[in-house]
Design a protein around this ligand. Structure first.
Ligand SMILES: *[C@@H]1O[C@H](CO)[C@@H](O)[C@H](O)[C@H]1NC(C)=O
Ligand SMILES: *[C@@H]1O[C@H](CO)[C@@H](O)[C@H](O)[C@H]1NC(C)=O
Ligand SMILES: *[C@@H]1O[C@H](CO)[C@@H](O)[C@H](O)[C@H]1NC(C)=O
Ligand SMILES: *[C@@H]1O[C@H](CO)[C@@H](O)[C@H](O)[C@H]1NC(C)=O
Length: 511
């Protein structure tokens, strides 16, 4: 019976697929992802960092105030954006490049794969950072795999020309174009000659080369807005000023892409989504799943849904929603299949965001899951975030929180290290010691404590809240087949006699 059902599902997906391929009056999708980009933009009320092109996109978008990544690390986040599955389910546990070498499972069905099978043309320009190729095949691909990342990810003149080339190809199929900016990622650990954020790359000064389409915007350290989770010191301020200048390149690059879209006659039939992969590369940001590492900008612009243009929404969105949203836009269904073996059907836990373009939704819960960033940085965390509460489980809480190569060398982190070593005031809301050593459970009441400074996990007044959130989190881990579901106190047994009834068996290693 189950087999018969599956056969019919397969058939119906196939019919859908052929219909999109032959559709006239195409609908297209443009996804733009900033690299470590945050809320340093006027759309999100930063009055200093000037972003006229994002402003202009926002005037034709619904802006989400409650959007979150499912993991605050580059490759894991991009894999989740493109598969709709959290990193622990799609296999991209950490960074893809170099000796980290993380890849998604061979059987995962990503967006470019599904769209290609449905007759949609796929393109990627810029940072890809996921693999293997067979899981993430793009038809038109100009990425770090066949170009220099500085060129395809930061040279907005080249990005413009590549987008033009894609849009002007003679092809009647609808398209899905994914732009992975490398801006405003840090640069100091790889190309320090261009500045901490590559803010000098292409500015026309001697040795910097020229990006003809970029007019750099400069800021003074005194005028930047220091986020509440970053220390207010001269070192952090000049780091932020450099980040803002790089954001001017991202912003102007977005302007060029939107201009190309319009010139190609696709501004009236293309859904545009702008977001970022993870938190900003500052303390408590990227690689953390506090609000400061997990909250993301998200603009969703549909030419077919104009009634909420220019508005903001408090409905919750997750980057796990990108796949369901794009499939919904194309009228496609998600296929039924298995990754972890028989009877473990893959189910998307995200939802289409398109209904929010018509009216406010009551969505108020998201989940997140982190295992590694670099291969050496094992620090698994599982999270549920609701309108009122943020619950974090640190599975390996006895270990110190790890620091990545890129952030370690940054002026902001070196400043915290230097000050700690010299016993000087940090001007930060944490100490390095309590940043490194975290309890197993962290529970924050966001209404009274938006900066997440008072952990209520051991407060008996919140026992029921904690219980309820834990059981919701566990239910999500179950439906996404989280191999870490029994950590840190147990061993998951789900083979042999436990096949049909997986159990967590106690290790007697704690309470
Ligand atoms: C910006 O601030 C205004 C006024 O406080 C608020 O209504 C709006 O939602 C904010 N915008 C975003 C995107 O947070
Ligand atoms: C996608 O589909 C087209 C036509 O259906 C095919 O020719 C092409 O090789 C496919 N490309 C990729 C990258 O899968
Ligand atoms: C950016 O790309 C354009 C077009 O390919 C090229 O002319 C220019 O030299 C590049 N700029 C840099 C800084 O590499
Ligand atoms: C930290 O201290 C080192 C060694 O004294 C020094 O070279 C470096 O410039 C300092 N960095 C910051 C950001 O304070």
């Amino acid at each position: 019976m189950a087999n018969i059902t599956r056969f019919f599902v397969f058939l119906s997906c196939f019919c859908f697929a052929s219909r999109v391929g032959s559709a006239s009056g195409n609908r297209n999708v443009l996804v733009i992802i900033g690299d470590d980009a945050g809320f340093e933009m006027q759309v999100y009320n930063n009055t200093v960092c000037k972003t006229p092109h994002l402003n202009s996109l926002a005037s034709r978008s619904l802006t989400f105030t409650q959007a979150f990544t499912s993991v605050s690390s580059c490759s894991p986040s991009r894999s989740a954006i493109l598969t709709g599955l959290p990193q622990h389910q799609n296999g991209m546990y950490g960074l893809h490049q170099g000796y980290h070498h993380f890849n998604s499972f061979d059987t995962v069905r990503s967006l470019p794969l599904l769209l290609n099978q449905s007759g949609i043309r796929t393109g990627i320009v810029g940072k890809k950072h996921v693999g293997p190729e067979s899981v993430y095949p793009f038809e038109f691909a100009h990425t770090e795999e066949n170009n220099h990342i500085m060129q395809v990810g930061r040279n907005i003149t080249l990005i413009k020309l590549l987008v033009r080339k894609f849009l002007q190809q003679k092809d009647d199929r609808p398209f899905f174009l994914y732009i992975g900016f490398h801006d405003p990622h840090r640069c100091g650990h790889t190309n320090p000659q261009f500045g901490n954020f590559c803010e000098k790359f292409g500015n026309g000064e001697p040795g910097m080369g020229l990006i003809p389409d970029w007019t750099p915007v400069h800021y003074s350290p005194e005028e930047v807005v220091v986020p509440p989770f970053v220390q207010d010191t001269p070192a952090a301020r000049s780091d932020l000023a450099a980040q803002y200048t790089t954001i001017s390149r991202l912003d102007q690059g977005i302007g060029l892409i939107l201009q190309e879209l319009q010139a190609a006659g696709h501004d009236k039939d293309t859904l545009i989504l702008y977001s970022s992969d993870n938190g900003i590369p500052f303390p408590n940001g990227r690689t953390n799943l506090y609000n400061s590492g997990m909250a993301e900008p998200l603009l969703l612009s549909s030419p077919l849904h104009t009634s909420r243009w220019g508005q903001t929404t408090d409905s919750f969105a997750s980057l796990l929603d990108v796949v369901p949203t794009v499939l919904d836009w194309f009228g496609l269904e998600y296929p039924e299949y298995e990754i972890f073996g028989k009877n473990k059907l893959v189910k998307l836990t995200g939802k289409s965001l398109l209904p929010a373009l018509k009216e406010e939704q009551s969505w108020n819960t998201v989940y997140a899951s982190h295992d590694l960033h670099e291969v050496t940085m094992f620090y698994p965390m599982r999270i549920i975030r609701t309108g009122d509460y943020h619950l974090i489980q640190n599975l390996n809480f006895a270990m110190p929180f790890p620091i990545d190569q890129d952030f370690y060398l940054s002026p902001s982190f070196q400043d915290l290290l230097n000050r700690t070593r010299k016993g000087q005031p940090l001007h930060w809301f944490k100490t390095l010691k309590n940043y490194y050593y975290r309890p197993q459970w962290e529970l924050y009441d966001l209404k009274s404590d938006p900066q997440e400074t008072v952990n209520l996990a051991d407060n008996s007044d919140y026992r029921d809240v904690l219980q309820e959130l834990r059981s919701q989190l566990q239910a999500w881990q179950k439906v996404t087949y989280d191999p870490w579901i029994c950590a840190p106190w147990g061993v998951l047994e789900d083979e042999g006699p436990y096949k049909d009834n997986p159990v967590c068996m106690s290790m007697d290693n704690g309470t």
